[in-house]
Design a protein around this ligand. Structure first.
Ligand code: NOJ
Length: 957
């Protein structure tokens, strides 16, 4: 087995505010994690450790089409137990390795992949399998052999088979067994040395039952955990497996001097007031890990839905060992070969889907708090934003809008006129997001609960009775979304028209109400680890433990389908989810949960968003201001900078905090926050373009250094500065108090060596170096360190408006940041932002280029959709693409109102658009091609009379 696998794979907070760690298990408090770690410890101590698992050579079989092979696997410890291995290689080179118990006493949960995968992967038929006596080799790809991913290289593979519980030894009345033949026999049995102890340990540790705090987990299926080591002998950095409040480059948890004592844990949990530096589980889990070196990037995705712990060790700075320990399920590992970050993103998103192309307004600013307490409160909120001319797109309502936390049902005392209130918000083309939690108040007068009861849709206890737990609504029940019967029913609830027959639908709502799905880990206040008991039973008889980490994704999946189906023609949904799993990116956005208003939480929020982004879920952000506490104005301003550079930008606050909406701030803070919000709005075209790219290629919307400069070792651990899409914008938000300047790392560029960067606001230049370089950038409170890499063209919309839909006909500004050679390029993607007409080709996707031409420069605009019809959007081939499509025509009068060129070497003698002279102004300064830094030269071309949908050329002589 070992040989086989290695060959296959070529405001100050009160101090008391902190997570209640004792509510959540450490590895040593979880039986299967304890067993997994003990196995690894025994392996380390042994000089002659070999895996007891081996391939049954006689059973090796290639599929008739030679596309995959299966083999029996034996364990020398249990000769009667059979396991089956199935290995196949997808068309894009991803290797899927599955192992399950065959004809076991029970069936292991094998459906995790069916929830995570977007479609059935296509198997490659070009693989040449070479079957030897002891091994199988798969030959594909280019020549050469570097060991990249090794499964079971340390021999820690262990699939605990299903077994029957041995009868309890008879109770012995008195201390001594002497003279009691039955007891004597039992004693002898106990004393027989256990031949499997070297591998499994000598006790049946928590096989059949275990307790944590006041809860007992009954484990009727007995032990079924799964352990496997996955090693990356040539990769020194690993990233991913979100969600943890930790660094992007994962730290060691075992070996010599581990940074953390516990493995990284994946078990969706309501870990409110979490620690800002920990491997503790948070609200979501994506079992995807990238491994990176200057030579290559690879990844592994383990499609497993149960609790999983991952130990990490670096035997050297150039290699990584990991050990994955899961409570139940089958081994279903996808080895993602890369070898570049781009390839890894393409391969992973082919498996689990890309980030959904969002509604454009959802990239604007979201104002939330727990709670805006009445419809008049919402109206006043809107009025105050408008009086101060501060842009905002969405007002949010938390749980207190609902009567006794019966979601959908308005508390009419405070919200007597919900539809009128929503219509008032809609008047400025704004939206509302309203919370729908998964716990249903157990009262028969609540139609949503009663309908779920009548249809038999609720999750059950192990004895088959309805499961009852405690949450915001008091005694509550939970819909079992694994039951297909719940799917269509859930969609009917969101219809804004009456359904008749007494069936509930949300008539007191409109199509501009979007949804926030919270508490979907699920959170149960009186449950073990604030969640459901693991021995609860779901549709199909699966235990909650088997699918816990997938549970929350089904809730946001069904809600997003409901929101899409509500309108005709359908509109793009917006659903924010707290719990998530691999694939959740297809259904909406996530946030990092209940953070604290501290500098540490602000800083770790950036790392968490990056970790999520590289794990496929880009639409991410953290509560601006911090959920708990009362941040002082300085912290709040800095937090707005972080938010303005997060894909999802929402301010939120706990019910006990003071109000802190931007208009409440004193000057200068209020003005600074207004400027930050306007900056975000001016950059919405850049964000929207980045989302389009992500929805097609899987590349993250915000990108860490190793993704953008995969060969620049100095950037591999950097996670406090990052890139916005492929725009060339590099940002380093300040996350410390009292700072006036920061050091920004300029990565090494393989081709141009010393690239020039421009300060976005002042046009000060900073030149990189072939070795990478740190530069000092001003960062007073009103300044976010924001650089534009030479070679970029940025499209912005600079007219302040009150909401983003009001900008739809606004003109664009292009910022052309020349690189050393005098070239630059950028993209702009637009569609109606609301419907799915983009999938029929109703889009505008432009490329802007600046090229050196003789002694002058040519700046031009081209139709990228025409040039790349199969790549244009959402992976749908635009066979019907027409440059004069209805959307393009609707914005044909939208122009480029200004082109700003940074870094020209000399003052132009003429600037022409086509054959006509343009109006322009030139301010001398340093050139992109120069050697010294200073303020760059700036050429402003005014109103070049160029339509955003047309091809045009500007010639600078
Ligand atoms: C917990 C969520 O994390 C938080 O954002 C929300 O305000 C509260 N639940 C109340 O709904």
């Amino acid at each position: 087995m070992r040989a086989l696998c290695s060959l296959i794979l070529l405001a100050a907070l009160p101090l008391s505010l902190a997570v209640k760690s004792h509510d959540f298990k450490t590895c040593s408090q979880a039986g299967f994690c304890r067993r997994g770690r003990a196995l690894s410890a025994r392996a380390k101590e042994s000089d002659s450790w070999t895996s007891p698992y081996s391939l049954d050579a006689a059973s090796l079989a290639l599929s008739p089409d030679q596309a995959s092979f299966t083999a029996g696997v034996k364990s020398s410890l249990y000769p009667d137990i059979k396991f089956g291995l199935d290995v196949r290689i997808h068309e894009d080179g991803v290797v899927r390795v599955r192992m399950d118990e065959i004809n076991g006493l029970r069936k292991r949960y094998d459906e995790a992949a069916s929830w995570a995968l977007v479609s059935d992967p296509k198997i490659s038929h070009d693989i040449k399998w070479v079957v030897g006596k002891k091994e199988i080799r798969a030959k594909y790809g280019s020549k050469g052999f570097t060991e990249t991913v090794v499964l079971n290289g340390q021999g820690l593979l262990h699939m605990e088979h299903f077994r029957t519980k041995a009868p309890e030894p008879p109770k012995v009345e008195n201390e001594t067994t002497e003279g009691n033949p039955e007891a004597e026999a039992a004693q002898q049995v106990l004393e027989v040395p256990n031949p499997r102890a070297w591998f499994e340990g000598d006790t049946e540790d928590a096989y059949w039952e275990e307790s944590f705090s006041s809860w007992t987990d009954s484990k009727p299926k007995g032990p079924e955990s799964l352990s496997v080591d996955i090693n990356f002998p040539n990769h020194g950095h690993v990233y991913g497996i979100p969600q943890h409040a930790s660094t992007l480059s994962l730290r060691t948890t075992t070996g010599e001097n581990p940074y953390y004592t516990d493995p990284y844990r994946l078990y969706n949990a309501d870990t409110f007031e979490y620690i800002a530096d920990s491997t503790m589980s948070l609200y979501g889990s994506i079992p995807l890990m990238h491994a990176h070196s200057a030579d290559s990037t690879v990844a592994v995705f383990h499609a497993i839905g149960s609790e999983t712990w991952v130990d990490i060790e670096h035997p050297s700075s150039k290699s990584t060992r990991t050990h994955w320990i899961s409570e139940s399920g089958i081994l279903d590992i996808f080895i993602i070969p890369g070898p570049t970050p781009e390839a890894v993103f393409a391969q992973y998103s082919k498996l689990t889907g890309t980030q959904a192309n969002p509604a454009d307004w959802s990239l604007g600013y979201h104002q939330c708090r727990w709670n805006y307490v009445s419809s008049d409160d919402v109206r006043t909120l809107q009025k105050r934003f408008d009086e101060e001319d501060i842009p905002v797109d969405v007002f949010w309502l938390d749980i207190e809008y609902s009567e006794e936390h019966k979601y959908f049902i308005w508390d009419k005392k405070n919200f007597p006129d919900p539809v009128d209130m929503i219509k008032d918000v809609e008047a400025l083309e704004r939206k509302m997001v309203i919370i729908i939690d998964p716990h249903l108040k157990r009262v028969s007068s609540y139609p949503v609960y009663q309908e779920a009861v009548d249809r038999g849709l609720l999750a059950k206890q192990k004895n088959g009775n309805e499961y009852e737990g405690w949450c915001w609504s008091g005694s509550s029940a939970w819909v079992d979304f694994f039951n297909p019967g719940s799917w269509d029913w859930w969609k009917t609830l969101f219809k804004t028209n009456a359904l008749g027959d007494g069936k509930f639908s949300w008539t007191e709502s409109t199509e501009n109400v979007y949804i926030w799905n919270d508490m979907n880990e699920p959170a149960v206040f009186n449950g073990p680890e604030i969640s459901m008991p693991r021995d609860n039973v779901h549709y199909g008889g699966w235990e909650h433990r088997d699918l816990h980490n997938i549970n929350g994704m089904l809730f946001s999946n069904m809600t997003s389908q409901a929101i899409t189906a509500r309108s005709d023609p359908p509109k793009r949904p917006f659903v924010l989810t707290r719990a998530f799993y691999a694939g959740s990116q297809r259904f909406g956005a996530m946030w990092t949960g209940d953070n604290l208003g501290t500098w540490e939480h602000m800083a770790v929020g950036i790392k968490m968003v990056l970790a999520n982004s590289i794990a496929g879920f880009s639409f991410a952000g953290s509560d601006v201001g911090g959920f708990f506490g009362n941040p002082d104005p300085e912290m709040l301003v800095r937090w707005y900078h972080v938010g303005a550079f997060s894909p999802f930008f929402r301010a939120h606050a706990h019910i006990d905090t003071k109000r802190r909406e931007p208009f409440l701030l004193d000057q200068p803070y209020k003005g600074i926050v207004k400027d930050i919000l306007r900056l975000r709005y001016s950059m919405l075209p850049i964000w929207y373009t980045a989302f389009r790219e992500s929805s097609v290629t899987g590349l993250p919307v915000v990108r860490p250094h190793y993704v953008v400069f995969p060969q620049d070792e100095a950037g591999f651990a950097i996670d406090d500065q990052f890139w916005v899409g492929g725009s060339g914008l590099l940002v380093k938000p300040v996350t410390e108090k009292g700072v006036s300047e920061v050091s920004v790392y300029l990565p090494e560029d393989q081709h141009l060596h010393t690239q020039v960067y421009y300060d976005y606001f002042t046009h000060q230049t900073y030149r990189g170096s072939a070795k990478g370089k740190n530069v000092t950038v001003p960062a007073a409170l009103h300044q976010v360190p924001l650089l534009v890499r030479g070679g970029s063209i940025l499209p912005t919309r600079e007219r302040p408006r009150r909401s983003s839909p009001l900008m739809k006909k606004d003109p664009f500004t292009l910022r052309v940041a020349l690189d050393k050679a005098g070239n630059a390029r950028g993209e702009l993607y637009l569609d109606d932002g609301v419907t799915f007409s983009h999938q029929q080709g109703h889009i505008v996707w432009r490329e802007f280029k600046s090229e050196k031409q003789g002694k002058g420069f040519k700046i031009s605009s081209h139709d990228l959709a025409k040039a790349n019809p199969s790549e244009a959007v959402d992976g749908v081939a635009l066979t019907t693409y027409d440059p004069a499509n209805a959307f393009a025509r609707s914005i044909q009068d939208v122009r480029i109102e200004k082109v700003v060129v940074l870094g020209l070497p000399t003052e132009p003698s003429s600037v022409k658009i086509g054959s006509e002279d343009a109006q322009w102004e030139y301010t001398p300064g340093v050139a992109a091609s120069g050697k010294v830094d200073g303020v760059a030269s700036v050429l402003v071309i005014k109103d070049p009379k160029a339509s955003v949908i047309a091809d045009w050329q500007i010639l600078i002589a």
